[in-house]
Write a protein of this length. Structure first.
Lengths: 170, 441
């Protein structure tokens, strides 16, 4: 299914909800704060029904400590935002991708990434999302987004990213 | 492709050379021990071309033999500049005094004949100080495009005769070939001779591939591929490069697979609901048995060569450690107790040692320990290394070493189990996750 046409129908309904939710999960992004009230561009980061809004305004990823898969308070806040977005935008399912930094063996990091992805999945399910809409995969250390060999990069790589998919069957 | 004919070459009795009394140092022999030892000095003159077309190959074969032997760190080649006499005929008597004078304890002579697409290589190994042949002359026949294998066969025979150990030069390595920047790395399966020659690619780079592992006879390769979007175990037939998915269960990931010593089963990691445990599958029937059942991560299983036990990695104690359990599952015994994290254990083909990756204080090491965990020795140290694989004779370990930083790249290295003779394996571009085949037949 395409996700271009459908969200336009939901925009009006969501815009109301977004006003109350904005302070909760959009506080880091000035564009989002203005977006709900002022000139919102459909499909942009200021359009609460857009995947871009999910990715950038709510935040599509949470970070983890070394060797850990427990969710921080900050991570839970992001995931609350993801859950309410997914609960509203029922046309989307998600694949949660777990990742690790390069400091570990390939095989262990695959398992560690799976733990992280699953921690996110379980949290989203605890917020009312059906398991059928949430898949997990781990890339271990195979897909770093930051390439330096320092904690500043490792920190960004120890992540679980919620990747939207249009249509429930995909 | 190549049919090997091993035959004792007819001899003319060249080993009863008058005047060269008895050996002064006993039989020509290298004892491979943990202690530091002097490499054995030897000479390998260019092989003698016996047909007009054989000239270049005769030189190249001698070169590959020397590279194999030199790479072990157990042998020291004496350069051609020092030679007093030349070997111009395979059947003429060897002038032992000339080789003794330059302190060549061993001498390898050989001859090469090329007829069309076929090549014949024969060779002898001489114990110079005893003034006699070591073992018997051998002859290999094959096709010209397999000339490197013949050279490796010669080197294998020399190595075995002098060390009394099994050899490893006529073997292959399957690995992951890497290209592209760190945040967009392309990976594909490749296979090569153990020394990096004759690289062939087995998959394209469209999906991530990891952890290829040879079957005990070298006919198949297990590997993990993200082709479906999720990690799944595949098996590939080396001869025709046919491949199929071996394990695919919706909502799970499977990886880290290895064959059982009889080649009929596969032990692997299966992740479900965030938890990774070990399972074993009978390849013919597809029947699966769960081997571990714990909320901790159990991964990187490897069979003992007799098939009775499995060594694996688990974080059940709070850190990653190595454990050994019966191959049907059951109570596991922890064998690693040092500081830091241990991973990727691999049982030696000789059954005596377990190679592993150790992570401690921000450094990585390849090490070995006895199967009860005693006698731990770290062989290497660097920013990042992992994934040891054993040479067919259990004397050398190949592994992945990755350099630090944004430009970091993975390469393959070899080290012997005493920690000596560390060297990089030449590969085109980056390379990781090596798996060493058995000796070829």
């Amino acid at each position: 299914m395409t996700y271009l046409a459908k969200p336009l129908l939901i925009v009006a309904a969501l815009a109301l909800g977004a006003c109350t939710d904005a302070g909760r999960f959009g506080k880091d992004d000035p564009a989002a704060a203005g977006g709900a009230g002022s000139g919102m561009v459909p499909g942009s980061a200021s359009d609460p029904a857009s995947p871009v809004y999910f990715q950038q305004t709510i935040g599509d990823r949470v970070l983890f400590e070394v060797d850990q898969h427990t969710l921080s308070a900050e991570a839970k806040q992001t995931l609350d935002g993801q859950a309410s977005w997914l609960n509203t935008n029922n046309d989307y399912s998600a694949v949660i991708e777990g990742h690790a930094d390069e400091q570990g063996t390939r095989e262990y990091n695959l398992s560690l990434g799976a733990r992280r992805a699953n921690a996110v999945r379980e949290y989203l399910m605890s917020r009312g999302l059906p398991s059928s809409r949430l898949k997990t995969v781990s890339y271990g250390k195979e897909r770093p987004i930051e390439v330096c060999s320092e904690e500043s990069c490792y920190r960004q790589n120890r992540r679980a990213v919620t990747v939207l998919r249009a249509g429930l069957s995909s | 492709m190549i049919r090997w004919v091993l035959a004792a070459v007819l001899t003319l009795g060249v080993w009863h050379v008058a005047g060269s009394a008895q050996a002064q140092n006993g039989p020509l022999r290298i004892e491979i021990t943990d202690g530091v030892q002097e490499p054995l000095p030897y000479a390998v003159p260019d092989f003698v071309p016996e047909t007009p077309a054989a000239g270049q190959m005769a030189q190249e074969i001698a070169r590959v033999v020397a590279d194999d032997l030199n790479g072990t760190g157990l042998f020291r080649e004496i350069g051609k500049d020092a030679f007093i006499s030349q070997i111009t005929s395979f059947s003429s008597p060897v002038q032992f005094a000339d080789w003794k004078a330059i302190n060549a304890q061993a001498l390898i002579t050989g001859a090469v004949a090329v007829n069309g697409g076929n090549v014949t290589v024969k060779f002898r190994v001489w114990d110079v100080f005893a003034g006699q042949e070591l073992g018997q002359g051998l002859q290999f026949a094959g096709t010209t495009d397999g000339w490197r294998r013949m050279a490796h066969k010669v080197a294998d025979a020399v190595y075995s005769r002098i060390t009394g150990e099994g050899a490893y030069f006529d073997s292959r390595v399957v690995f992951v070939s890497e290209s592209g920047p760190k945040d967009d790395r392309k990976k594909r399966l490749a296979i090569m001779d153990y020394d990096g020659a004759n690289v062939q690619y087995l998959t394209d780079s469209r999906s991530i591939v990891l952890n290829p592992r040879f079957s005990p006879t070298g006919d198949r390769v297990l590997y993990t591929s993200f082709e479906s979007g999720f990690p799944r175990i595949h098996v590939l037939d080396v001869a025709n490069v046919g491949r199929r998915v071996l394990q695919s269960e919706e909502g799970t990931m499977s990886f880290g697979s290895r064959f059982s010593p009889d080649g009929q089963k596969v032990v692997f990691s299966l992740e479900s609901g965030g938890n990774t445990d070990l399972h074993v599958m009978d390849i013919a029937s597809g029947n699966k048995t769960r081997l571990t059942s714990a909320p901790s991560i159990e991964t990187s299983p490897s069979f003992a060569p007799d098939g009775s036990r499995i060594v694996f990695e688990s974080d059940r104690s709070g850190s990653r450690q190595l454990y050994v359990m019966p191959s049907g599952g059951g109570e596991a015994q922890r064998i690693s107790f040092g500081p830091g994290n241990y991973g990727t254990p691999v049982w030696s083909p000789r059954g005596d040692l377990i190679a592993f990756t150790k992570q401690h204080k921000g450094r990585f090491h390849i090490g070995v320990m006895r199967t009860d965990g005693s006698g731990e020795r770290l062989l290497t140290a660097s920013f990042l290394e992992e994934g040891p694989t054993w040479s067919p004779n259990g004397r050398v370990i190949m592994f992945t070493r990755e350099t630090q930083g944004a430009q970091g790249q993975a390469s393959l290295y070899m080290v012997d189990i005493t920690g000596r003779s560390l060297k990089k394996v030449r590969t085109p571009g980056g390379a990781s996750d090596p798996s060493w085949s058995p000796l070829q037949r």
